[in-house]
Write a protein that binds this ligand. Structure first.
Ligand SMILES: [Ca+2]
Ligand SMILES: [Ca+2]
Ligand SMILES: [Ca+2]
Ligand SMILES: [Ca+2]
Length: 237
């Protein structure tokens, strides 16, 4: 999808759902599954209120070290982590160098490739895939050290089609902390499409690295709708 299409799609999906949205999207040249309904969250309390049974991988039980994350540690919980450029994945206890305290949503640890356990920075790729063994309707991640520059995060289905994506910068809605890297932001999604992968696009050579924390996934909390209330009344007739 083109950038224009993607932006329009996000705007529409945030405001309209269902048939009307599909009609508008077809008009502007996007193709999404009929009736697709996706909501994006940049505030954690709102995501929490819309979800249940979340599995949260916080990295805090790992021993800090460069290359200390293999990516398979949490397979038993349903999460596998892949560095798409086959670089080392570091576990960092924040509060040292460029690993700012504000980068962690749960302390002490975050993960990164460009930032090392001593807080040093290398202009390496932070392109990660967080792969769910059981695709889920809800998923989210905390990204730390946003800026200088931007980082794209995508939620993909099992065919790698984009369910939602956002370009994050230091001034984005929901940023906690300053806009100079001493910060973090939550980005989560609930959808009627199953999320199979959280993908981050943060390549090398842009003098910008990020950290990741509290990767999570689970079920959506289905709100009581008129339709379901009608169904309940039917059952008690
Ligand atoms: Ca943590
Ligand atoms: Ca960047
Ligand atoms: Ca980078
Ligand atoms: Ca950064």
């Amino acid at each position: 999808m083109t950038m224009v299409c993607r932006r329009s799609l996000q705007k529409i999906m945030k405001t309209v759902t269902g048939y009307a949205a599909v009609s508008v999207l077809m008009f502007i040249g996007c193709v999404i599954p009929a009736g697709a309904q996706t909501t994006e969250y940049f505030g954690y309390p709102q995501f929490e209120a819309a979800t249940q049974s979340l599995t949260i991988v916080d990295f805090d039980e790992l021993t800090a070290g460069n290359g200390a994350l293999a990516g398979s540690e949490f397979a038993g919980l349903g999460l596998t982590i892949v560095q798409r450029d086959a670089e080392a994945m570091n576990v960092i206890a924040v509060g040292v160098g460029y690993a700012f305290v504000e980068n962690a949503n749960s302390q002490p640890n975050v993960i990164s490739t460009s930032i090392g356990m001593d807080g040093g920075y290398g202009d390496l790729s932070d392109n990660y895939d967080f792969i769910l063994s059981d695709p889920s309707p809800a998923a989210g991640i905390w990204i730390g050290n946003v800026e200088p520059g931007t980082t794209v995060v995508q939620f993909l289905d099992s065919q790698e089609a984009v369910i939602a994506e956002e370009e994050l910068a230091g001034g984005h809605e929901g940023i906690i902390g300053a806009s100079d890297g001493q910060n973090r932001i939550f980005y989560g999604v609930t959808s009627d499409q199953q999320i199979a992968t959280i993908r981050t696009v943060e390549g090398p050579g842009d003098s910008d690295g990020v950290t990741y924390d509290d990767v999570q996934f689970g079920s959506t909390l289905v709100p009581m709708t008129t339709a379901s209330w009608g169904r309940i009344k039917e059952l008690f007739r």
